[in-house]
Write a protein that binds this ligand. Structure first.
Ligand code: UT7
Length: 325
């Protein structure tokens, strides 16, 4: 292991132009804007255009992150795309992004951990950088969940949306006696005994169809706060930090009630919570980098800030990433 850390050098995000409000959705299924806002905090979601695939959303977010970092696509060694809605069964969506960006020297692959995809991908990137296997990595969360929703099922179709977010991670040597910048700790978990509580009922090996998202929402809700609190507490213990040390808590944006209950259980001041779920709904692997990009670009996240990312989703999978900005 080299004595180096993965530092976030730039962030970017993209939401498709088409907006679907709660009122729009109430014309499709038997629901109301009041129900959706009260139960989830969601006000609208973005829907990819017919000619936009997940790789297109990912490419725009990636270009914005590269610009923010002030580097070119050729500087990237590795591209990781976290997605559960790939363009094709194979090849990986990440190689399409690599092609779109014009990167000819690196390598690219997808990872699939549903809503926890971004924290899984950040953890992989951190490990690659610490091991010296890559020094500049594009980590992207990108989804077109509108393509796998059952638009007749009001218990799921009101919750999700499309979008993409990206972060550029770069290796930085650790210098003794200086404030540790970069990723400080990563904690991942999964428990396959819950795999049928949030899943897609199709796939190449099982049905040879794409399938639709199915969820026992109440079951997911029941486990979410405890699982999230567990991995965030692990991060505090591993780094010798507490909720008071956090500048920002940037959770997976699935449901306002889950986010608020998690923050309360962890003793995190609600003013430190970055919440963007109202503007895009649950965008699965894209939601954390979407929220991170907003909080960085509006000036909330400042150099030296301690930032906690966390997510929980299908599998179940869950995890946290603690970093110093
Ligand atoms: O990344 C992880 C991904 N998933 C999640 O985070 C989802 C976690 N779960 C949740 O966020 C919540 O469970 C939901 C938002 C999905 C549902 O909220 P809830 O408070 O758990 O509602 P519920 O499932 O207990 O349903 C309450 C009622 C039911 O009617 P009855 O049986 O009480 O008559 C549902 O049929 O609300 C009804 N309902 C709706 N009504 C209007 C369910 N969906 C809707 C809807 N509009 N869209």
């Amino acid at each position: 292991m080299l004595n180096q850390r993965a530092v976030v050098a730039g962030v970017g995000s993209y939401l498709p132009e088409k907006v679907m409000t709660n009122d729009d959705i109430s014309k499709i299924v038997d629901t109301t804007s009041e129900w959706i806002v009260q139960r989830t905090g969601i006000e609208r979601r973005h829907i990819a255009a017919d000619d936009q695939n997940t790789s297109d959303l990912a490419t725009i977010a990636a270009k914005r992150a590269l610009d923010d970092a002030g580097i070119s696509a050729q500087d990237v060694d590795l591209i990781i795309v976290a997605t559960s809605t790939p363009d094709f069964t194979f090849p990986a969506t990440a190689v399409s992004v690599q092609y779109n960006l014009g990167n000819t020297t690196g390598y690219a692959f997808d990872i699939q951990a549903v809503c926890s995809g971004f924290v899984y991908a950040m953890t992989i990137a951190d490990s690659f950088i610490r091991a010296g296997n890559a020094s500049t990595i594009l980590v992207i969360g990108a989804e077109t969940f509108s393509r796998i929703l059952d638009w007749t099922d009001r218990t799921t179709c009101v919750l999700f949306g499309d979008g993409a977010g990206a972060a550029v991670l770069r290796a930085q040597p650790v210098v003794e006696d200086q404030l540790e910048q970069g990723i400080l700790s990563c904690h991942l978990r999964s428990d396959g005994s819950h795999r049928q509580k949030l899943y897609v009922d199709g796939g190449p090996s099982s049905t040879q169809t794409t399938g639709h998202l199915r969820m026992q929402g109440r079951e997911v809700f029941k486990h979410a706060v405890g699982m999230i609190s567990g991995v965030v507490t692990d991060a505090f213990a591993a780094s010798g930090t507490t909720a008071d040390d956090l500048a920002w808590f940037i959770p997976h944006q699935a449901n306002r009630r889950i986010i608020e209950a998690s923050a309360e259980k962890l003793g995190i001041d609600i003013d430190k919570v970055v919440m963007t779920v109202e503007g895009h709904g649950n965008t699965s692997a894209a939601s954390i980098p979407l929220a991170l990009d907003v909080a960085v670009k509006d000036g909330r996240v400042q150099r030296g800030d301690l930032v906690m990312l966390e997510a929980m989703g299908g599998g179940f999978t869950w995890g946290s990433v603690l970093l110093r900005w």
